[in-house]
Design a binder for this molecule. Sequence first.
Ligand code: ZN
Length: 395
Amino acid sequence: MTGERLGSFGPGATAVTGIAELVTNDPAAGEGPLGLVRDAALVVDGGQVVWVGPTARCPAADTAIAVDGAAVLPGFVDSHAHLVFAGDRAAEFAARMAGEPYAAGGIQDTVARTRAAADDVLRANLGRLAAELRRSGTTTFEVKSGYGLTVADEERSLRLAREVTPETTFLGAHVVAPEYADDPAGYVDLVTGPMLAACAPHARWVDVFCDRGAFDADQARAVLAAGAARGLMPRVHANQLQHGDGIRVAVEAGAASADHCTFTTEADLELLSGSRTVATLLPGAEFSTRAPYPDGRRMLDAGVTVALATDCNPGSSYTTSMPFCIAVAVREMGLTPAEAVWAATAGGAAALRRDDVGRLAVGARADVVVLDAPSHVHLSYRPGVDLVARVLEAG
Ligand SMILES: [Zn+2]
């Protein structure tokens, strides 16, 4: 809806005017799927967008921010990040770039360092990464556990994650804990029993890495079902390393998202397009493991809803930059610049089943990114350049 106001503005209302191109993600408000409005303004009040329309008709507000010539878009929604960990794996990355293959086993290195770290060390690292996310325009982000793999360490990871985001995900089923290397069934019992019981109060989602070297389809179903019984909504790490059952498991469980989707069949795409499950593509992972990119073009043409996320983690994708992911998705996955921006905002919101973020329409959260560029296209046209000039966050 444009040119209409939601009630009257309070004393704290702020008008953002002179927007060269406003991305609303509201097709009713403007042109194309991004709902582009030219020469636009918006007014925010009480943490919400209360007016969207042409600058010429912008009502007066207490504070005015003139962004003449800039593009404005909703804050990015990063629906997949692993931010509770200690240490890094720069040496592993360098070795991989020198020719060694990626294997899920590297996760155990981070597990050992995370378990050994004090709360304040983990909290400081989490805060640093959250600040990086915000600086690059991300205003909503998910955080997973998965580097603790004991009852106490997973519970601690989620408790700390809750300090920075409401979008917390229990990923005890990331890999089998080292203590259970010879007893994966025993580890699944731990994850679905006492570990879940300790973690559920701090989590909104349950996730499982359903892939080679991690958990098979039956184990994944058991983890998701146990989580659902505790009120956690499912999401799945699916088909990153090979063709497999991950996407089928995700769709059958009614998951909000199947993440990675690097190796997909026609049957997988049919399952996704016939469901509410979003395919969340993680360009940083293929970039950083020198793996083949998923065919995002084919997914979109098949009617699949696509999101982009960073997968920020110290092993396979150590980036917090959604603009980087947008640029890679356009260059390597066949998305248009507009599709990539949609996937990084509205797509991420869909992957978190949120309708208050990822768009700038009346009633949405006032999470606003101002670019130092006249169009959203510049996010992929000018890769590696920090174009985020300003971030306004609701509240
Ligand atoms: Zn992940």
